[in-house]
Design a protein. Structure first.
Length: 394
C-alpha cells in the first residue's frame, strides 16, 4: 500500500466525501468515530489559524518558526537565557538565543513587530524570571500609592536600595501589569510567594482590600500553554511609568542584568546574577553570598551631602566617560570600586569614598558587593551600560 501523500484542499475534500459515503454503507464503529473526532478537532484548529499572519511572520522572520504541536519539545530544548515568543493567532513560536536578544530581538521589537499582533513571551514555570504582578486596569489610578507600598515592602524585606525605577508598569487592555525589573527569582513558585507576601503587606497598610483585591495570580486566565505563562510582548503594551525601558530589558525572562532574590523566611537576600558576572581583573574571585553580600556602602558621612550649591565642586565623571569612552570602562562588568575611584581622581582630584559613592551610585555604577581576591575582601560595583549613565545634573 502506497503511503498517503500530502493533499491539496480539493483532494482532501474528495477524500472526505468518499469517506462519508463509505461510512453510510458500512456503519460507524468506535475507531472510526474516534478518528473522525480527531479530524474534526484538527480542522477546527486549522480554521482558527490566521493564515495571513502565518505568511507575514514567515516573510519577516524566515522559516525557522516552530508549530504549536512541537511545543513540549520546544520548551525542553530552549537554552537558559533564550526567549521564546508565541504568536497566538498563527500558533507559531520563535526562539531567540541569549546572544540575539539585544541585537536581533531588540531591533525587531522596534520595527517588524509592529506588523504582528497577539505576540507573547513564553515564561516556563521552572525558569528564572522577574517578579510580575497582574491586576485590573483601574488600579493604574492608584499606581503611585501601590508603587510606594512596593518600595517600602522591598526595603523592609532587606533590599535597602530598592528604588522607584526598579518598578515598570504597563497597561495591556483591561489589565495592569507591574514588573520588578532589576531583580529575579528562580521559578514561578518563588515569584508567587513574594507576590503573596506583598498583597498581605498592602492589605495591612491600607486596612482594606481595595488594592490587593484587584490583583490576581498570574496563572489565572492568562496562559493556554502547559507549564508556562504567556506575557504580552512589551511592544504591544502601553508604558505607564515615566522612564522609558528598552523593550528587551522589560522581558520577564530576560534576567541578564538582574540580581537574584532568595526568600529566606521573612526576609529577602540578594545575590549577584552569576550568569552575567564577568569580573574585571578576576583573580579567582570568590563571590560572598548571603550575609557577606552588601547592597551599598553604608558608612556614609552624613556631613557630606549633595545639593545644587556644592555639586559643581566635583568633576562630572559620567560626562567624562560618555565623551571619551575610555578603554578601562567596561559596561555591564564588575570592577574594583577603589580602582574606579582612582580613575576619577586622575581626572578631577581627591574625593572621599563616601562622597564618591553618594555622587555616582545610580549614575555610573549600580549595586555594590563584597568579593574575596587573594584572601582580601574588596568592594566591587557593576558598571552601567552607556545608555544608562547619568551626568551630575540629571
Amino acid at each position: 500500500m502506497e503511503p498517503i501523500k500530502d493533499l491539496n484542499r480539493g483532494e482532501a475534500a474528495k477524500l472526505l466525501e468518499d469517506l462519508s459515503i463509505e461510512i453510510q454503507n458500512v456503519g460507524l464503529d468506535g475507531k472510526i468515530l474516534a478518528t473522525l473526532q480527531i479530524l474534526r478537532e484538527q480542522v477546527d484548529n486549522y480554521k482558527s489559524i490566521d493564515q495571513d499572519m502565518v505568511l507575514t511572520l514567515k516573510n519577516f522572520l524566515g522559516d525557522d518558526l516552530v508549530g504549536k504541536d512541537s511545543y513540549n519539545d520546544l520548551v525542553k530544548s530552549v537554552e537558559e537565557g533564550s526567549v521564546v515568543v508565541y504568536f497566538k493567532s498563527a500558533q507559531l513560536f520563535k526562539i531567540y538565543k541569549k546572544e540575539e536578544l539585544n541585537s536581533l530581538l531588540g531591533g525587531q521589537l522596534r520595527t517588524v513587530y509592529k506588523q504582528f499582533n497577539h505576540s507573547y513571551e513564553v515564561v516556563p514555570n521552572e525558569s528564572k524570571q522577574k517578579i510580575i504582578i497582574m491586576g485590573e486596569a483601574s488600579l493604574i489610578e492608584s499606581f503611585d500609592k501601590l508603587q510606594g507600598h512596593i518600595m517600602t515592602f522591598m526595603r523592609e524585606k532587606g533590599i535597602e536600595d530598592f528604588k522607584s525605577d526598579d518598578i515598570v508598569c504597563f497597561r495591556d487592555g483591561n489589565v495592569m501589569e507591574i514588573i520588578i525589573n532589576n531583580y529575579y527569582v528562580s521559578n514561578s513558585s518563588e515569584r508567587d510567594a513574594i507576590v503573596t507576601d506583598l498583597l498581605k503587606y498592602v492589605s495591612q497598610k491600607e486596612k482594606n482590600f481595595n488594592i490587593s483585591g484587584k490583583i490576581r495570580p498570574l496563572n489565572v486566565g492568562y496562559s493556554e500553554l502547559s507549564g508556562a505563562d504567556m506575557i504580552a510582548m512589551p511592544n504591544e503594551k502601553e508604558l505607564i511609568t515615566k522612564k522609558f525601558v528598552e523593550y528587551v530589558d522589560s522581558l520577564v525572562g530576560n534576567v541578564e542584568k538582574c540580581i537574584k532574590i532568595n526568600k529566606e523566611g521573612n526576609t529577602y537576600i540578594i545575590n549577584l546574577n552569576v550568569q552575567s558576572a564577568e569580573v574585571i581583573n578576576n583573580n579567582n574571585a570568590e563571590v560572598i553570598n548571603t550575609a557577606d553580600t552588601i547592597n551599598n556602602v553604608k558608612t556614609m558621612n552624613n556631613t557630606e551631602t549633595i545639593n545644587n550649591s556644592n555639586v559643581l565642586e566635583f568633576g562630572d565623571f559620567g560626562k567624562y566617560i560618555l565623551e571619551n569612552l575610555p578603554e578601562w570602562y567596561k559596561p555591564g562588568k564588575l570592577v574594583d570600586k577603589t580602582l574606579l575611584q582612582n580613575k576619577y581622581e586622575e581626572q578631577f582630584g581627591p574625593i572621599s569614598k563616601p562622597m564618591f559613592h553618594k555622587l555616582f551610585l545610580g549614575k555610573i555604577f549600580g549595586k555594590s558587593m563584597r568579593v574575596t581576591e587573594k584572601k582580601v575582601k574588596i568592594t566591587k560595583v557593576n558598571l552601567l551600560d552607556y545608555k544608562d549613565i547619568l551626568t551630575l545634573d540629571n
